[in-house]
Design a protein around this ligand. Structure first.
Ligand code: PMV
Length: 332
């Protein structure tokens, strides 16, 4: 083992949203989710275990990470140390080519890349499923970014403990549907409420928490069937419904990720659809709108979205591959 590994991972966009955790330890989702891993946005992470270090050291985009981010990375590194028997600390350098912590799923690609790079640097030859479980303990959406294409993650067991495991699994390959995801960036800043805190507030205080927990698995089953039959308009309709229901439950708890450009972008997508284009909106824990479009409509929809007031830029993403080591070793 060299003690050093480099991994690249992409964010994923949830079509059927994970929002809410199981009570208990281990970071288990309360609802199932289904996502598509995206090319066009990526995180590159270098991990080196080094006997000369007196503590773990995390740099994000060239800057020393804050205590919270470093603490989350250290928790993952501790699991890797425990499994591998490695006793020394690690230097971690991670770079995103898109805004960090703004609802663009940086935790998904970040923890997927960290799980893969740190396991490989420690000499652990874990497969993608085991790495997915490792990543899930830090960020459940990260469990999905270990795999490419369309990926599913079940809800956790009803009363989970740390000893339980849960990993994502691939559902359909990258080229399954002619889908393009237009990421409409509305701010370059960090989001106001992290997803963990937003989920906690929603489940504890939203009058619509139980409605969400009841609706999400039923929506998920329909969306899963639509993905398997490659019915893109139905996938788009159901994905939009999932996002709207998730945000309705969060908003009722005072967790409002939307800004005026978010609403303008959602309205623009609806108008484009009424004009005959295949375009559906989805929004994660941030103000950006991601538009799910048929490949043939991507240019027309992209041009229209660039003109929406408050949309700073539009990134064109397509279904992409799972996390991989850049020296060529794939996770699976
Ligand atoms: O895994 P987290 O803590 O980054 O939460 C992800 C939450 C959403 O992005 C809003 C939904 C999802 O399934 O990715």
């Amino acid at each position: 083992m060299s003690g050093l590994a480099v991994a690249v991972a992409h964010p994923n966009i949830a079509l059927s949203k994970y929002w809410g955790k199981r009570v208990g330890s281990g970071n288990f989702p309360a609802v199932p989710s289904l996502s598509v891993t995206l090319s066009g946005l990526s995180t590159r992470t270098v991990v080196q275990f080094d006997q000369a270090l007196s503590a773990d050291h995390l740099e994000l985009s060239g800057r020393r990470a804050d205590e919270v981010a470093e603490g989350r990375a250290v928790a993952l590194l501790d699991r890797v140390r425990q499994a591998s028997g490695i006793a020394c600390f690690a230097r971690v350098e991670s770079v995103n080519d898109f805004p960090t912590a703004s609802g663009l799923a940086s935790s998904a690609s970040g923890f997927a890349a960290l799980a893969l790079a740190s396991a490989r640097a420690a000499g652990l030859d874990w497969d993608a499923a085991r790495l997915s479980d490792l990543a899930r303990r830090s960020s459940a959406s990260a469990a999905r970014s270990l795999f490419g294409g369309y990926v599913e993650l079940d809800a956790g067991p009803p009363s989970p403990t740390d000893a339980d495991t849960l990993q994502a699994r691939p559902l359909a390959p990258v080229h399954h549907m002619p889908l393009v995801v237009l990421v409409c960036v509305t701010t370059e800043g960090a989001k106001s409420v992290g997803s963990t805190e937003g989920m906690r507030a929603t489940l504890e205080t939203s009058p619509y928490a139980s409605a969400w927990l009841d609706f999400a698995p039923r929506l998920h089953a329909r969306l899963r069937a639509a993905v398997l039959s490659a019915d893109l308009p139905e996938v788009g309709r159901l994905a939009e419904s999932s996002a709207l229901a998730m945000h309705a439950s969060a908003i009722a708890a005072g967790v409002v990720y939307w800004t005026p450009p978010t609403l303008a972008a959602i309205a623009a997508v609806k108008a484009l659809r009424e004009s005959g284009l295949t375009a559906y909106a989805t929004v994660d824990a941030g103000p950006h709108v991601k538009v799910l479009v048929a490949r043939t409509d991507a240019d027309a929809v992209g041009d229209a979205m660039r003109r929406v007031p408050g949309v700073l830029r539009v990134i064109e993403a397509r279904p992409g591959a799972g996390a991989r080591c850049v020296d060529g070793g794939v996770a699976s």
